[in-house]
Ligand binder design. Structure first.
Ligand code: NAP
Length: 504
Protein backbone atom coordinates (compact mmCIF):
# COMPACT_ATOMS: atom_id res chain seq x y z
CA UNK A 1 0.00 0.00 0.00
CA UNK A 2 1.21 3.51 -0.79
CA UNK A 3 1.80 5.01 2.64
CA UNK A 4 1.40 8.54 1.30
CA UNK A 5 -2.17 7.88 0.37
CA UNK A 6 -4.78 8.68 2.90
CA UNK A 7 -7.85 6.72 3.55
CA UNK A 8 -9.60 9.45 1.55
CA UNK A 9 -8.93 7.67 -1.70
CA UNK A 10 -10.77 4.55 -0.65
CA UNK A 11 -14.35 4.23 -1.90
CA UNK A 12 -15.87 5.59 -5.05
CA UNK A 13 -18.15 8.36 -6.19
CA UNK A 14 -21.80 7.48 -6.25
CA UNK A 15 -22.41 9.81 -9.19
CA UNK A 16 -25.36 12.06 -9.83
CA UNK A 17 -26.56 10.73 -13.17
CA UNK A 18 -30.29 11.12 -13.60
CA UNK A 19 -30.61 13.54 -10.69
CA UNK A 20 -32.02 17.04 -10.91
CA UNK A 21 -28.91 19.21 -10.80
CA UNK A 22 -28.72 21.46 -7.74
CA UNK A 23 -26.43 24.38 -7.03
CA UNK A 24 -25.11 24.81 -3.51
CA UNK A 25 -23.73 27.73 -1.51
CA UNK A 26 -21.67 26.76 1.51
CA UNK A 27 -21.02 29.53 4.01
CA UNK A 28 -17.71 29.15 5.81
CA UNK A 29 -14.56 27.17 4.99
CA UNK A 30 -13.97 25.82 8.46
CA UNK A 31 -14.23 22.22 9.60
CA UNK A 32 -17.92 21.81 8.59
CA UNK A 33 -17.73 23.75 5.32
CA UNK A 34 -14.76 21.75 4.05
CA UNK A 35 -16.58 18.56 5.00
CA UNK A 36 -19.72 19.63 3.10
CA UNK A 37 -17.69 20.48 -0.01
CA UNK A 38 -15.72 17.25 0.18
CA UNK A 39 -18.89 15.17 0.57
CA UNK A 40 -20.50 16.90 -2.42
CA UNK A 41 -17.43 16.24 -4.56
CA UNK A 42 -17.26 12.65 -3.41
CA UNK A 43 -20.80 12.04 -4.66
CA UNK A 44 -20.06 13.80 -7.95
CA UNK A 45 -21.64 17.20 -7.24
CA UNK A 46 -19.33 20.04 -8.19
CA UNK A 47 -21.72 22.96 -8.67
CA UNK A 48 -20.98 24.77 -5.43
CA UNK A 49 -19.04 27.68 -3.97
CA UNK A 50 -17.69 27.92 -0.45
CA UNK A 51 -17.85 31.53 0.70
CA UNK A 52 -15.17 32.38 3.22
CA UNK A 53 -14.87 35.75 4.93
CA UNK A 54 -11.19 35.19 5.79
CA UNK A 55 -8.12 34.84 3.62
CA UNK A 56 -7.51 31.23 4.63
CA UNK A 57 -9.49 28.12 5.37
CA UNK A 58 -9.76 26.62 8.85
CA UNK A 59 -12.34 28.67 10.77
CA UNK A 60 -11.62 28.48 14.47
CA UNK A 61 -8.28 26.79 13.76
CA UNK A 62 -7.28 29.76 11.61
CA UNK A 63 -8.51 32.39 14.07
CA UNK A 64 -7.02 30.84 17.19
CA UNK A 65 -3.23 30.92 17.21
CA UNK A 66 -2.54 31.32 20.90
CA UNK A 67 0.41 29.50 22.53
CA UNK A 68 -0.67 26.15 23.92
CA UNK A 69 -3.64 25.76 21.56
CA UNK A 70 -4.52 22.08 21.54
CA UNK A 71 -7.66 20.14 20.74
CA UNK A 72 -8.83 18.33 23.86
CA UNK A 73 -10.57 15.71 21.70
CA UNK A 74 -8.29 12.83 20.65
CA UNK A 75 -6.68 13.61 17.30
CA UNK A 76 -7.79 10.42 15.55
CA UNK A 77 -11.41 11.08 16.52
CA UNK A 78 -11.06 14.74 15.57
CA UNK A 79 -10.57 13.72 11.92
CA UNK A 80 -12.99 13.22 9.06
CA UNK A 81 -14.14 9.64 8.62
CA UNK A 82 -13.03 9.92 4.99
CA UNK A 83 -9.60 11.46 5.61
CA UNK A 84 -7.85 9.63 8.39
CA UNK A 85 -4.48 11.07 9.27
CA UNK A 86 -1.67 8.68 10.16
CA UNK A 87 0.58 11.66 10.84
CA UNK A 88 -1.02 12.99 14.04
CA UNK A 89 1.91 13.61 16.35
CA UNK A 90 0.10 13.00 19.63
CA UNK A 91 -3.10 11.75 21.24
CA UNK A 92 -4.18 15.40 21.55
CA UNK A 93 -3.00 17.42 18.54
CA UNK A 94 -1.90 21.04 18.53
CA UNK A 95 -3.78 23.86 16.80
CA UNK A 96 -1.22 24.42 14.00
CA UNK A 97 -1.21 20.71 13.22
CA UNK A 98 -5.00 20.63 13.00
CA UNK A 99 -5.05 23.72 10.81
CA UNK A 100 -2.52 22.06 8.48
CA UNK A 101 -4.73 18.95 8.37
CA UNK A 102 -7.76 20.96 7.23
CA UNK A 103 -5.69 22.72 4.59
CA UNK A 104 -4.46 19.39 3.33
CA UNK A 105 -7.94 17.88 3.18
CA UNK A 106 -9.29 20.97 1.40
CA UNK A 107 -6.49 20.62 -1.15
CA UNK A 108 -6.55 16.87 -1.68
CA UNK A 109 -10.32 16.56 -1.76
CA UNK A 110 -10.55 19.23 -4.46
CA UNK A 111 -12.55 21.66 -2.30
CA UNK A 112 -9.94 24.44 -2.38
CA UNK A 113 -10.70 25.70 -5.92
CA UNK A 114 -14.33 26.09 -4.86
CA UNK A 115 -13.49 28.45 -2.00
CA UNK A 116 -14.01 32.16 -2.59
CA UNK A 117 -11.83 33.88 -0.01
CA UNK A 118 -12.29 37.35 1.52
CA UNK A 119 -15.94 37.09 0.61
CA UNK A 120 -18.32 37.52 3.48
CA UNK A 121 -21.96 36.68 2.87
CA UNK A 122 -23.84 39.89 3.65
CA UNK A 123 -27.35 38.79 2.70
CA UNK A 124 -29.19 35.60 1.87
CA UNK A 125 -32.64 36.20 0.42
CA UNK A 126 -35.04 33.45 -0.64
CA UNK A 127 -36.91 34.18 -3.85
CA UNK A 128 -40.34 32.54 -3.67
CA UNK A 129 -40.84 32.70 -7.43
CA UNK A 130 -37.64 30.93 -8.47
CA UNK A 131 -37.24 28.92 -5.24
CA UNK A 132 -33.60 30.01 -5.14
CA UNK A 133 -31.48 31.71 -2.51
CA UNK A 134 -29.97 34.97 -3.68
CA UNK A 135 -26.68 35.70 -1.90
CA UNK A 136 -24.98 39.08 -1.79
CA UNK A 137 -21.27 39.07 -1.01
CA UNK A 138 -19.03 41.69 0.57
CA UNK A 139 -17.31 42.36 -2.77
CA UNK A 140 -20.68 43.33 -4.24
CA UNK A 141 -21.11 40.17 -6.30
CA UNK A 142 -24.14 37.90 -6.09
CA UNK A 143 -24.72 34.17 -6.34
CA UNK A 144 -27.91 32.16 -6.70
CA UNK A 145 -28.18 28.72 -5.15
CA UNK A 146 -30.82 26.04 -4.69
CA UNK A 147 -29.39 24.91 -1.37
CA UNK A 148 -27.58 26.92 1.30
CA UNK A 149 -25.39 25.18 3.83
CA UNK A 150 -24.56 27.48 6.73
CA UNK A 151 -21.30 26.16 8.11
CA UNK A 152 -20.37 29.40 9.77
CA UNK A 153 -19.46 27.98 13.17
CA UNK A 154 -20.51 28.93 16.68
CA UNK A 155 -17.45 30.43 18.32
CA UNK A 156 -16.21 33.03 15.87
CA UNK A 157 -17.30 36.36 17.33
CA UNK A 158 -14.89 37.22 20.18
CA UNK A 159 -16.52 38.55 23.34
CA UNK A 160 -14.43 41.44 24.62
CA UNK A 161 -15.47 42.32 28.17
CA UNK A 162 -16.43 45.87 29.05
CA UNK A 163 -13.70 46.40 31.61
CA UNK A 164 -13.41 50.06 32.62
CA UNK A 165 -10.11 51.56 31.48
CA UNK A 166 -9.22 48.69 29.13
CA UNK A 167 -8.16 51.08 26.38
CA UNK A 168 -5.82 52.88 28.82
CA UNK A 169 -3.59 49.82 29.36
CA UNK A 170 -0.02 50.74 28.43
CA UNK A 171 0.97 47.29 27.17
CA UNK A 172 -0.73 45.10 24.61
CA UNK A 173 -4.22 43.90 25.52
CA UNK A 174 -6.04 41.62 23.07
CA UNK A 175 -8.54 38.78 22.75
CA UNK A 176 -7.16 35.24 22.60
CA UNK A 177 -8.64 34.75 19.12
CA UNK A 178 -6.94 37.91 17.82
CA UNK A 179 -3.41 36.97 18.75
CA UNK A 180 -0.83 39.76 18.69
CA UNK A 181 2.55 38.36 17.64
CA UNK A 182 4.33 41.43 19.00
CA UNK A 183 3.07 40.99 22.55
CA UNK A 184 5.69 40.62 25.27
CA UNK A 185 5.56 37.12 26.73
CA UNK A 186 9.03 35.71 27.42
CA UNK A 187 10.31 37.04 30.71
CA UNK A 188 7.38 39.45 30.83
CA UNK A 189 4.56 40.05 33.32
CA UNK A 190 1.46 38.57 31.71
CA UNK A 191 -2.18 38.48 32.79
CA UNK A 192 -4.75 36.02 31.43
CA UNK A 193 -8.40 36.82 32.12
CA UNK A 194 -10.69 33.81 31.84
CA UNK A 195 -10.37 30.15 32.69
CA UNK A 196 -12.36 28.39 29.99
CA UNK A 197 -10.53 25.87 27.80
CA UNK A 198 -8.64 28.75 26.16
CA UNK A 199 -7.45 30.47 29.35
CA UNK A 200 -6.32 27.17 30.85
CA UNK A 201 -4.32 26.18 27.75
CA UNK A 202 -2.76 29.66 27.64
CA UNK A 203 -1.68 29.49 31.26
CA UNK A 204 -0.20 26.05 30.71
CA UNK A 205 1.92 27.35 27.85
CA UNK A 206 2.92 30.67 29.42
CA UNK A 207 3.68 29.32 32.89
CA UNK A 208 7.23 28.50 31.81
CA UNK A 209 7.74 31.62 29.69
CA UNK A 210 6.45 34.62 31.64
CA UNK A 211 8.40 36.02 34.58
CA UNK A 212 5.12 36.60 36.37
CA UNK A 213 1.81 35.17 35.24
CA UNK A 214 -1.52 36.12 36.82
CA UNK A 215 -4.55 33.98 36.03
CA UNK A 216 -7.72 35.98 36.68
CA UNK A 217 -10.58 33.59 37.41
CA UNK A 218 -14.08 34.92 37.96
CA UNK A 219 -15.46 31.38 38.20
CA UNK A 220 -12.87 28.62 38.64
CA UNK A 221 -13.41 25.53 36.50
CA UNK A 222 -13.51 21.81 37.12
CA UNK A 223 -10.58 20.03 35.50
CA UNK A 224 -10.91 16.47 34.19
CA UNK A 225 -7.49 14.77 34.27
CA UNK A 226 -6.48 13.18 30.96
CA UNK A 227 -3.31 11.60 29.65
CA UNK A 228 -1.39 13.08 26.75
CA UNK A 229 1.25 11.14 24.81
CA UNK A 230 3.10 11.38 21.54
CA UNK A 231 2.90 8.85 18.74
CA UNK A 232 6.29 7.40 17.79
CA UNK A 233 7.56 7.32 14.22
CA UNK A 234 6.95 3.55 14.22
CA UNK A 235 3.35 3.99 15.32
CA UNK A 236 2.74 6.63 12.64
CA UNK A 237 4.23 4.35 9.97
CA UNK A 238 2.00 1.54 11.17
CA UNK A 239 -1.07 3.83 10.97
CA UNK A 240 -0.16 4.76 7.39
CA UNK A 241 0.30 1.13 6.41
CA UNK A 242 -2.88 -0.04 8.04
CA UNK A 243 -5.80 2.42 8.43
CA UNK A 244 -7.59 -0.21 10.50
CA UNK A 245 -5.28 0.71 13.37
CA UNK A 246 -6.66 4.24 13.19
CA UNK A 247 -10.20 2.95 12.97
CA UNK A 248 -9.53 0.95 16.12
CA UNK A 249 -8.65 4.16 17.96
CA UNK A 250 -11.61 6.01 16.48
CA UNK A 251 -14.02 3.32 17.60
CA UNK A 252 -12.29 2.54 20.89
CA UNK A 253 -15.01 1.21 23.16
CA UNK A 254 -13.58 2.75 26.32
CA UNK A 255 -13.46 6.20 24.72
CA UNK A 256 -16.99 6.02 23.35
CA UNK A 257 -18.38 4.53 26.55
CA UNK A 258 -17.04 7.59 28.34
CA UNK A 259 -18.65 9.88 25.74
CA UNK A 260 -21.98 8.05 26.01
CA UNK A 261 -21.86 8.01 29.82
CA UNK A 262 -21.14 11.71 29.77
CA UNK A 263 -23.80 12.69 27.24
CA UNK A 264 -26.41 10.48 28.85
CA UNK A 265 -25.39 11.74 32.29
CA UNK A 266 -25.74 15.42 31.41
CA UNK A 267 -29.44 14.93 30.70
CA UNK A 268 -29.98 14.47 34.44
CA UNK A 269 -27.63 16.32 36.71
CA UNK A 270 -28.50 14.14 39.67
CA UNK A 271 -27.40 11.01 37.78
CA UNK A 272 -24.65 8.71 39.13
CA UNK A 273 -22.63 9.38 35.94
CA UNK A 274 -22.47 13.08 36.79
CA UNK A 275 -21.58 12.32 40.39
CA UNK A 276 -18.74 10.11 39.17
CA UNK A 277 -17.42 12.90 36.92
CA UNK A 278 -17.56 15.39 39.78
CA UNK A 279 -15.77 12.95 42.10
CA UNK A 280 -12.95 12.50 39.58
CA UNK A 281 -12.58 16.27 39.18
CA UNK A 282 -12.67 16.88 42.93
CA UNK A 283 -10.01 14.24 43.56
CA UNK A 284 -7.91 15.74 40.77
CA UNK A 285 -8.03 19.11 42.52
CA UNK A 286 -7.47 17.88 46.05
CA UNK A 287 -4.75 15.36 45.20
CA UNK A 288 -2.75 17.72 43.04
CA UNK A 289 -3.04 21.20 44.53
CA UNK A 290 -1.03 21.11 47.73
CA UNK A 291 -1.49 24.61 49.13
CA UNK A 292 -4.89 24.57 50.87
CA UNK A 293 -5.50 28.26 50.12
CA UNK A 294 -4.86 27.77 46.41
CA UNK A 295 -6.92 24.57 46.46
CA UNK A 296 -9.95 26.48 47.78
CA UNK A 297 -9.39 29.32 45.31
CA UNK A 298 -9.51 26.79 42.48
CA UNK A 299 -12.61 24.97 43.77
CA UNK A 300 -15.70 25.74 41.65
CA UNK A 301 -19.02 26.39 43.44
CA UNK A 302 -21.21 24.63 40.84
CA UNK A 303 -21.59 21.11 39.47
CA UNK A 304 -18.83 19.62 37.33
CA UNK A 305 -19.79 19.71 33.60
CA UNK A 306 -22.22 22.60 34.14
CA UNK A 307 -19.71 24.62 32.12
CA UNK A 308 -17.82 22.72 29.43
CA UNK A 309 -15.34 20.55 31.32
CA UNK A 310 -11.69 21.43 31.00
CA UNK A 311 -9.64 18.43 29.93
CA UNK A 312 -6.05 18.94 30.98
CA UNK A 313 -3.08 16.83 31.85
CA UNK A 314 -1.04 19.73 33.20
CA UNK A 315 -3.01 22.72 34.50
CA UNK A 316 -2.63 22.04 38.22
CA UNK A 317 1.08 21.46 37.73
CA UNK A 318 1.53 24.64 35.68
CA UNK A 319 -0.50 26.86 37.98
CA UNK A 320 1.73 25.87 40.91
CA UNK A 321 4.93 26.86 39.15
CA UNK A 322 6.96 29.69 40.69
CA UNK A 323 5.80 33.06 39.40
CA UNK A 324 2.25 31.90 38.61
CA UNK A 325 -0.58 33.43 40.64
CA UNK A 326 -4.32 32.84 40.72
CA UNK A 327 -6.52 35.87 41.32
CA UNK A 328 -10.16 35.20 42.08
CA UNK A 329 -11.13 38.66 43.31
CA UNK A 330 -13.28 41.02 41.26
CA UNK A 331 -11.63 43.30 38.72
CA UNK A 332 -12.35 46.96 39.43
CA UNK A 333 -10.69 48.49 36.39
CA UNK A 334 -7.76 48.31 34.05
CA UNK A 335 -5.09 50.98 34.51
CA UNK A 336 -2.10 51.83 32.32
CA UNK A 337 0.12 49.76 34.63
CA UNK A 338 -2.13 46.73 34.99
CA UNK A 339 -5.27 45.31 36.59
CA UNK A 340 -6.70 46.94 39.72
CA UNK A 341 -8.78 44.61 41.89
CA UNK A 342 -11.79 45.56 44.02
CA UNK A 343 -9.65 45.12 47.15
CA UNK A 344 -7.17 47.72 45.86
CA UNK A 345 -4.45 45.29 44.74
CA UNK A 346 -2.74 46.31 41.50
CA UNK A 347 -1.31 43.53 39.32
CA UNK A 348 1.32 45.25 37.22
CA UNK A 349 1.51 43.73 33.75
CA UNK A 350 3.22 44.10 30.39
CA UNK A 351 0.63 42.08 28.47
CA UNK A 352 -3.04 41.35 29.12
CA UNK A 353 -4.75 38.48 27.30
CA UNK A 354 -8.53 38.32 27.23
CA UNK A 355 -9.50 34.65 27.09
CA UNK A 356 -13.06 35.76 27.62
CA UNK A 357 -14.88 33.58 25.12
CA UNK A 358 -17.26 34.20 22.27
CA UNK A 359 -20.75 35.40 21.49
CA UNK A 360 -22.26 32.02 20.70
CA UNK A 361 -25.64 33.31 19.54
CA UNK A 362 -24.58 34.77 16.18
CA UNK A 363 -24.17 31.73 13.91
CA UNK A 364 -24.71 32.84 10.29
CA UNK A 365 -25.36 36.45 11.37
CA UNK A 366 -24.59 39.36 10.89
CA UNK A 367 -25.65 38.23 7.38
CA UNK A 368 -29.25 39.28 6.79
CA UNK A 369 -31.25 36.13 6.13
CA UNK A 370 -34.71 36.50 4.66
CA UNK A 371 -36.78 33.37 4.05
CA UNK A 372 -40.15 32.59 2.55
CA UNK A 373 -42.44 35.64 2.26
CA UNK A 374 -39.66 37.89 3.54
CA UNK A 375 -39.52 36.25 6.98
CA UNK A 376 -36.35 37.47 8.71
CA UNK A 377 -34.06 35.12 10.62
CA UNK A 378 -33.45 37.88 13.17
CA UNK A 379 -37.18 37.82 13.95
CA UNK A 380 -37.40 34.02 13.96
CA UNK A 381 -34.48 33.99 16.39
CA UNK A 382 -35.66 36.93 18.46
CA UNK A 383 -36.02 34.86 21.60
CA UNK A 384 -33.21 32.43 20.89
CA UNK A 385 -31.45 30.79 17.92
CA UNK A 386 -33.42 27.61 17.22
CA UNK A 387 -33.69 24.97 14.54
CA UNK A 388 -35.43 21.67 13.88
CA UNK A 389 -33.02 19.03 15.20
CA UNK A 390 -30.44 21.86 15.04
CA UNK A 391 -30.39 21.72 11.24
CA UNK A 392 -33.33 23.36 9.43
CA UNK A 393 -36.10 25.90 10.04
CA UNK A 394 -39.71 26.33 8.90
CA UNK A 395 -40.00 29.28 6.54
CA UNK A 396 -36.37 28.95 5.45
CA UNK A 397 -36.57 26.27 2.76
CA UNK A 398 -33.45 24.55 1.50
CA UNK A 399 -31.33 26.23 4.20
CA UNK A 400 -29.41 23.86 6.45
CA UNK A 401 -26.99 24.43 9.29
CA UNK A 402 -24.01 22.40 10.41
CA UNK A 403 -23.23 22.70 14.13
CA UNK A 404 -26.16 25.10 14.32
CA UNK A 405 -28.30 26.07 17.33
CA UNK A 406 -29.19 23.21 19.62
CA UNK A 407 -26.58 20.85 18.22
CA UNK A 408 -24.59 18.71 20.63
CA UNK A 409 -21.59 20.48 22.14
CA UNK A 410 -19.20 19.16 24.73
CA UNK A 411 -16.07 17.13 25.13
CA UNK A 412 -16.46 15.03 22.01
CA UNK A 413 -15.55 15.43 18.31
CA UNK A 414 -17.71 18.03 16.56
CA UNK A 415 -16.52 16.54 13.26
CA UNK A 416 -18.62 13.48 13.99
CA UNK A 417 -21.58 15.73 14.76
CA UNK A 418 -21.17 17.60 11.45
CA UNK A 419 -20.79 14.39 9.43
CA UNK A 420 -23.96 12.94 10.95
CA UNK A 421 -25.81 16.18 10.24
CA UNK A 422 -24.61 16.01 6.65
CA UNK A 423 -26.04 12.49 6.29
CA UNK A 424 -29.36 13.81 7.62
CA UNK A 425 -29.34 16.76 5.19
CA UNK A 426 -28.62 14.43 2.26
CA UNK A 427 -31.72 12.45 3.13
CA UNK A 428 -33.87 15.56 3.57
CA UNK A 429 -32.88 16.94 0.16
CA UNK A 430 -33.16 13.58 -1.61
CA UNK A 431 -36.67 14.44 -2.97
CA UNK A 432 -35.23 17.57 -4.59
CA UNK A 433 -32.48 15.58 -6.23
CA UNK A 434 -35.14 13.19 -7.51
CA UNK A 435 -37.10 16.12 -8.96
CA UNK A 436 -40.08 15.62 -6.64
CA UNK A 437 -40.14 19.30 -5.68
CA UNK A 438 -38.07 22.44 -5.55
CA UNK A 439 -38.07 23.14 -1.82
CA UNK A 440 -38.03 21.26 1.45
CA UNK A 441 -38.41 22.58 5.00
CA UNK A 442 -39.74 21.32 8.33
CA UNK A 443 -43.40 22.03 9.03
CA UNK A 444 -44.11 24.68 11.65
CA UNK A 445 -46.09 22.13 13.68
CA UNK A 446 -43.27 19.59 13.75
CA UNK A 447 -40.76 22.27 14.64
CA UNK A 448 -42.89 23.77 17.45
CA UNK A 449 -43.44 20.34 18.98
CA UNK A 450 -39.72 19.57 18.72
CA UNK A 451 -38.68 22.87 20.27
CA UNK A 452 -41.11 22.44 23.14
CA UNK A 453 -39.62 19.01 23.88
CA UNK A 454 -36.10 20.32 23.52
CA UNK A 455 -36.60 23.17 25.95
CA UNK A 456 -38.31 20.95 28.53
CA UNK A 457 -35.39 18.50 28.34
CA UNK A 458 -32.76 21.26 28.27
CA UNK A 459 -34.00 22.68 31.57
CA UNK A 460 -33.17 19.36 33.24
CA UNK A 461 -29.61 19.09 31.93
CA UNK A 462 -26.49 19.72 33.93
CA UNK A 463 -25.89 22.87 31.85
CA UNK A 464 -28.90 24.48 33.53
CA UNK A 465 -27.89 23.42 37.05
CA UNK A 466 -26.73 26.81 38.25
CA UNK A 467 -23.73 28.30 36.48
CA UNK A 468 -23.14 30.76 33.66
CA UNK A 469 -21.68 29.62 30.35
CA UNK A 470 -21.91 30.12 26.62
CA UNK A 471 -24.17 27.04 26.58
CA UNK A 472 -27.05 29.16 27.91
CA UNK A 473 -29.25 31.34 25.72
CA UNK A 474 -30.19 34.85 26.82
CA UNK A 475 -33.19 33.53 28.76
CA UNK A 476 -30.94 31.16 30.70
CA UNK A 477 -32.08 27.97 28.95
CA UNK A 478 -29.33 25.64 27.72
CA UNK A 479 -29.03 26.05 23.97
CA UNK A 480 -27.51 22.62 23.41
CA UNK A 481 -28.78 19.20 22.39
CA UNK A 482 -30.43 18.01 25.62
CA UNK A 483 -30.50 14.27 24.98
CA UNK A 484 -27.85 11.58 24.74
CA UNK A 485 -25.38 10.98 21.91
CA UNK A 486 -27.21 7.81 20.85
CA UNK A 487 -30.43 9.83 20.49
CA UNK A 488 -28.63 12.33 18.31
CA UNK A 489 -27.08 9.61 16.14
CA UNK A 490 -30.48 7.96 15.75
CA UNK A 491 -32.23 11.22 14.88
CA UNK A 492 -29.62 12.00 12.23
CA UNK A 493 -29.77 8.49 10.75
CA UNK A 494 -33.35 8.82 9.63
CA UNK A 495 -35.20 12.13 9.35
CA UNK A 496 -38.95 11.76 9.92
CA UNK A 497 -40.37 12.34 6.44
CA UNK A 498 -43.75 13.51 7.76
CA UNK A 499 -42.04 16.39 9.60
CA UNK A 500 -41.03 17.97 6.29
CA UNK A 501 -42.96 19.53 3.47
CA UNK A 502 -41.70 19.28 -0.10
CA UNK A 503 -43.11 21.96 -2.41
CA UNK A 504 -43.10 22.43 -6.14
P1 NAP B 1 -15.32 30.43 27.72
O1 NAP B 1 -15.35 28.99 27.99
O2 NAP B 1 -16.59 31.11 27.40
O3 NAP B 1 -14.62 31.12 28.96
C1 NAP B 1 -14.55 32.51 29.09
C2 NAP B 1 -13.86 32.84 30.39
O4 NAP B 1 -13.74 34.26 30.49
C3 NAP B 1 -14.65 32.39 31.62
O5 NAP B 1 -13.75 31.97 32.61
C4 NAP B 1 -15.38 33.68 32.03
O6 NAP B 1 -15.72 33.74 33.38
C5 NAP B 1 -14.29 34.68 31.72
N1 NAP B 1 -14.81 36.03 31.56
C6 NAP B 1 -15.63 36.49 30.58
N2 NAP B 1 -15.88 37.80 30.76
C7 NAP B 1 -15.22 38.15 31.88
C8 NAP B 1 -15.10 39.37 32.61
N3 NAP B 1 -15.73 40.48 32.21
N4 NAP B 1 -14.34 39.39 33.73
C9 NAP B 1 -13.72 38.28 34.14
N5 NAP B 1 -13.79 37.10 33.52
C10 NAP B 1 -14.53 37.03 32.40
O7 NAP B 1 -14.33 30.79 26.50
P2 NAP B 1 -13.09 29.96 25.89
O8 NAP B 1 -12.19 29.51 26.97
O9 NAP B 1 -12.55 30.74 24.79
O10 NAP B 1 -13.76 28.65 25.35
C11 NAP B 1 -14.92 28.72 24.55
C12 NAP B 1 -15.17 27.37 23.95
O11 NAP B 1 -14.24 27.18 22.90
C13 NAP B 1 -14.97 26.19 24.85
O12 NAP B 1 -16.01 25.95 25.73
C14 NAP B 1 -14.78 25.10 23.83
O13 NAP B 1 -16.04 24.69 23.33
C15 NAP B 1 -14.00 25.80 22.76
N6 NAP B 1 -12.56 25.52 22.95
C16 NAP B 1 -12.18 24.25 22.78
C17 NAP B 1 -10.87 23.92 22.97
C18 NAP B 1 -10.48 22.49 22.79
O14 NAP B 1 -9.41 22.11 23.24
N7 NAP B 1 -11.30 21.67 22.16
C19 NAP B 1 -9.93 24.88 23.32
C20 NAP B 1 -10.37 26.19 23.49
C21 NAP B 1 -11.69 26.50 23.30
P3 NAP B 1 -17.17 33.23 33.87
O15 NAP B 1 -17.12 31.74 33.76
O16 NAP B 1 -17.29 33.74 35.25
O17 NAP B 1 -18.18 33.84 32.93
Amino acid sequence: MDTNRWYWYEGSKMGTTGETPLRYAIIGAGMSGIMAGAKLLKRGDSDFVVFEKGAEIGGTWRDNRYPGLTCDTPSHTYSYSFALNPEWSAYYATGPEIHAYFKRVADESGVMPHVRFNNEVRACVFDDATAKWHLTLSDGSTYDADIVIAASGVLHNPKVPELPGLESFAGKAFHSARWDDDALLDGARVGVIGCGSTGIQLVNALSSRASRLVHFQRSPQWIMPVVQFEYTAEQRAAFAANPQLIEDIRTNAEYWDAVYRFTEGVTDFTSPQMQEIEDICRRNLEDNVHDPVLCEKLRPNYHAACKRLIYSWEYYECVQRPGVFVETGGIERIEPAGVRMNDGTLHELDTLILATGFDASRFIRPAVVSGRDGRLLDDFWEERPRAHYAVSMPGFPNLFMLNGPGAPVGNFPLIDIAERQWDYIEQVIAPLRKGEGRTVEPTAEAFDAYEERRIAAARKTIFGSGCTSWYLDKTGIPATWPWGYHDFAKAMESPVTSEFVVSA
